[in-house]
Design a protein around this ligand. Structure first.
Ligand code: NAP
Length: 220
């Protein structure tokens, strides 16, 4: 499986404000680029923090990209994936609607009644890890389901864990021309942070898009 992390951050490295509300960091050309990247992915993944904050849909905007996928014998939209150890995804979350298949990655600690409620929505559940989703095992399970290209959109907690577990192959960051600030605002990689053995990136490409810059890095 190839894992591409794609995210938009402010010039000071924030993914959103301290109120964790979604902020428009990029513009129309970058939204279109992200739509294209989603279209070329088998699945798009976020953490439960992003689901609770933004209620994202994670489907394709462009109907032509949807029909191109259908022409290739694929579903119109990529599969959606949520890392959600305690099965906290609300049953009315947009990510659970019937426009695409959704996998919820949960842990053994998820309450049984939540598992039953979420299974009832048609979501597919994968259990990996005791207290928290063990990402290595969960991604291996997704790989066995035929997911080769996984795009990860955030947020900072999930992205940090993926780096910590050495699961990221490529990082694409759009840096918008805005300062958000706030010590408690989510950044590209939150979690505990590294104190040694910092993941090394190799800068592959720099491109000006809208009023910002897209940085593409290979990882490791
Ligand atoms: P997140 O990374 O979306 O989700 C974090 C949660 O995922 C954890 O609290 C944890 O909750 C769950 N999780 C399950 N297994 C995990 C693991 N192994 N490692 C880490 N997390 C795991 O949440 P966030 O960091 O709070 O980010 C949300 C913010 O990011 C929102 O404000 C959103 O607007 C912003 N965002 C911005 C962009 C952008 O491109 N600018 C993109 C996405 C999100 P459990 O323990 O309950 O499972």
């Amino acid at each position: 499986m190839r894992v591409v992390v794609n995210t938009a951050m402010s010039a000071d490295g924030k993914l959103s404000s301290r109120q964790r509300e979604q902020i428009a960091i990029s513009g129309p050309d970058d939204f279109d680029r992200v739509d294209g990247l989603r279209a070329g992915s088998d699945a798009v993944m976020v953490g439960i923090g992003t689901v609770l904050a933004d209620d994202p849909h994670l489907t394709l905007d462009d109907p032509e990209r949807q029909s191109a996928r259908r022409d290739r014998g694929e579903s119109a939209h990529p599969i959606r994936v949520v890392a959600d150890s305690k099965a906290r995804t609300p049953t009315d979350a947009r990510i659970l609607d019937d426009s695409a298949t959704t996998y919820l990655l949960v842990s053994e600690s998820a309450p049984t009644e939540r598992i039953e409620e979420l299974t009832g929505t048609g979501a597919r559940l994968i259990t990996a890890g005791d207290e928290r989703v063990e990402l290595d095992a969960a991604l291996s399970a997704l790989d066995s389901e035929g997911i080769d290209q996984l795009m990860v959109e955030g947020g900072g907690e999930l992205i940090f864990s993926l780096f910590e577990d050495e699961l990221v192959d490529e990082l694409r960051v759009f840096v918008g021309s805005k300062v958000i600030g706030g010590r408690d605002a989510p950044t590209l990689a939150d979690g505990e942070g590294f104190v040694a053995e910092f993941p090394e990136l190799a800068l592959d490409d720099v491109e000006r898009i809208d009023d910002g810059v897209l940085l593409r890095y290979a990882v490791g």
